[in-house]
Design a protein around this ligand. Structure first.
Ligand code: SF4
Ligand code: SF4
Length: 446
């Protein structure tokens, strides 16, 4: 039996009966009207390359990356650009988008896929293709993958930064198939339906970053998937291994994942060196960019929640409005109290059902109860639950009280915002917002 590696303290095991089934996907309707956000990545808004009234082809470049952290944007459908729209997200971030009315023929959809050999390309050429097709991490803040693979210094952007690498030291590409949250259903389905693309994408990424090997980090309970990934990798001339990790949230978080992989490394007498960590949706997108010369036109999205009649994992064109996805899942049972994109732990409130699916939208949910963040708060009852679940070993109660009273809350800088403390707090205190705002203020004052 394979050993399972888990982080030592805190965390939460949870399921959600209102998340979609993980054994199938459905294909969403093509949107008559698409809203293509110019910010689908961590950095600056892309610069539009088309104007109102222009006709665009499927897959055509319509927004050009502007500097580090920014990424190219492509038209997911053919049609006419009918207007530009701007809106403020619930978090106060200003978004701009091009609105495309679908018209004309699809050049890629439904056609035989032209396959481009990539084995003769250099690491630089592979990264260039990945950048040209606008590939970003398909979750989180959407860091451009070419920058990650080039090992650019992204210290100003917390997230996926190769660690402890340097000349002469090994570098490992970690394939994160860690499903510690039922709202990662889209990634599970993608792994099953597109396993060849995920593995070939990993091998391409490995070549583009010139890593010494790849490591599949797979949640316990998905051992069969892990073995299938490993078997698929055997047909390539690359060193590959498999580590089983725990399923307690936030095992998929970079800190907790790297922590357990260091224990695995020691136990197996390996030398992993620096780690680049990428998820399966990102790897499939790398495959499509390099082998099929296709930008990100669609993605898998988990759609559900207690307010939704028939939750599903759907294959969705980028730019589809979130309200249309709920409608395709049978609509609402009753008026939802909370609609959000992402996981219930870290989800971002959706202010308007016309907000579109972007490259990083892996889940959208609508709940009948307001769940996190919107319930009536009460005074702290000093139950200590928040301390028990904090994987970093912080005392969120103490930090919260110090922040409220203007005291010394320096330890807050170690918080990585996993949300465990807030989920378990019976007084519904906004612990994450308080801590994150405090650390933001601290950083600004430095
Ligand atoms: S979980 Fe909430 S109520 Fe309990 S000690 Fe922590 S902050 Fe206070
Ligand atoms: S204090 Fe930060 S790291 Fe600890 S549980 Fe809360 S959000 Fe997670």
């Amino acid at each position: 039996m394979m050993k399972v590696y888990s982080f030592p303290q805190g965390g939460i095991s949870f399921g959600d009966p209102d998340s979609p089934p993980k054994d199938r996907s459905t294909v969403a309707f093509l949107p008559g009207i698409s809203v293509i956000s110019l910010i689908q990545h961590a950095g600056d808004r892309a610069e539009p390359t088309v104007s109102i009234g222009d006709y665009v082809r499927e897959g055509m470049l319509i927004g050009r990356a502007r500097g580090t952290g920014s990424a190219n944007i492509h038209a997911p459908v053919p049609g006419k650009v009918i207007r530009m729209v701007s809106w403020k997200s619930a978090g106060g971030i200003l978004n701009d988008a091009l609105v495309i009315r679908m018209e004309g023929a699809f050049e890629l959809l439904g056609k035989p896929e032209a396959v481009h050999p990539w084995e003769g390309l250099s690491a630089f050429e592979l990264r260039q293709l990945i950048a040209d097709f606008g590939i970003v991490e398909m979750e989180g803040r959407g860091l451009p993958v070419a920058e990650i693979l080039a090992g650019k210094n992204l210290q100003a952007m917390p997230g996926n930064v190769p660690s402890k690498s340097g000349a002469g030291t090994p570098l490992t590409l970690v394939i994160r198939c860690v499903f510690d949250d039922p709202w990662l259903a889209a990634d599970i389905v993608l792994c099953r339906e597109r396993i060849k693309a995920v593995v070939e994408g990993a091998v391409i990424a490995a070549r583009a970053a010139q890593v010494t090997g790849i490591l599949f980090a797979v949640t316990r309970g998905e051992q069969a998937l892990g073995k299938a990934l490993l078997a698929e990798a055997e047909s390539y001339n690359i060193s590959a291994s498999l580590a089983l990790v725990g399923s307690r949230y936030p095992q998929s978080n970079r800190r907790e994942l790297e922590m357990v992989l260091r224990v695995y490394e020691k136990g197996e007498n390996l030398s992993l060196g620096g780690m680049i960590i990428l998820g399966p949706a990102t790897l499939a997108a790398i495959h499509d960019a390099v082998k099929l010369r296709k930008p990100i036109l669609e993605r898998y999205v988990a759609v559900g929640g207690s307010a939704v009649k028939s939750p599903e994992v759907m294959k969705v064109r980028i730019g589809t409005r979130i309200g249309e996805l709920f409608a395709e899942c049978g609509g609402f049972i009753d008026k939802p109290k909370r609609i959000a994109s992402g996981s219930p732990f870290l989800g971002r409130a959706v202010a308007d059902l016309d907000e579109p699916v972007i490259k990083t939208t892996y889940a959208v949910f609508a709940r009948l109860n307001s769940h996190l963040g919107e319930r009536r708060t009460q005074n702290c009852i000093s139950c200590g639950e928040c301390r028990l679940v904090c994987p970093v070993g912080l005392d969120p109660e103490e930090l919260y009280k110090r922040i409220q009273t203007g005291g010394d809350a320096g330890g807050a800088n170690r918080c990585h915002g996993c949300g465990c403390c807030e989920v378990v707090c019976p007084s519904h205190l906004p612990l994450i917002a308080a801590i994150v705002n405090f650390t933001g203020r601290e950083k600004q004052s430095v």
